[in-house]
Design a protein around this ligand. Sequence first.
Ligand code: CP
Length: 307
Amino acid sequence: MSLKKKDLLGIKDMDAEEIGEILETAKSMKKLLLAGTKRTPHLQGKTVVTLFYENSTRTRLSFELASKYMGANAANITASGSSVAKGETLIDTGRTIDVMGTDVLVIRHPLSGAPHLLAQHVRASVVNAGDGMDEHPTQALLDLFTMREKKGRIEGLRVAIVGDVLHSRVARSNIWALQKLGASVCLAGPTTMMPREIERTGAAVFETAHEAVAGADVVMALRLQLERQKSGLFPSIREYSRFFGVDTGRLRLAKPDVLLMHPGPVNRGVELTSAVADADFSAIDEQVTNGVAVRMAILYLLARREN
Ligand code: CP
């Protein structure tokens, strides 16, 4: 098993077979983690560098831990603590990291397409850890892994994605990934936060959260991305929460065995009430744990391809 391309830049360009390969490999990686075997030699001699131009807890740490668990040399660079702050360009920074013998370069950037540009200028495999409002492919893969683990399948699931779809790279990657694996996607959010022509992706769009959540197997709430909003797209956070926040009452409309998901970090009391975020049917903690296994799988498959 290996990946077809040098880089992992987005779900849109992947096929169901490749996604399936990553999920299967992640299953083995999770077994290693659960067995307490946090040392495998899969990436012995390899170097993984994370280059983050935006803040992160889950994605950055899980890539770092995944690299270390598999014996790789792991290093982190952030925009504020590096020569990026002195004005170095993305390509120059990428080349500098590349010529130090880096095998995999994991990048998060506020501009859509930045990882694609970088991938054309470096020898290392580039992994997109979130680019602007475009994609967050490794998040979608860990979301799929979690759904499959909890529901036993992806095909035929009805997945409601609720909230700030406009700014959400997580939503975009999940829309592509879920449909490639045979799930149906129902979206709901304020009309000012729903991208124009999003129906073209094949997802169904609803005006109310109630309609999207009705009969859902999985409800995924999105983080309200205040940092990406140039002007007020809704009257108040209270109003957003009232119409698009997920609480116990709203979840009663979903299937009785509904699975609740959120990519994190959660704005408690805005997208989710604490009562549902911390409930038994919430998969938020499992999503984080599975993020390590899925990122181990991605690094392993990219390194194998290189070998
Ligand atoms: N879900 C996610 O990308 O979280 P971080 O911003 O903490 O990495």
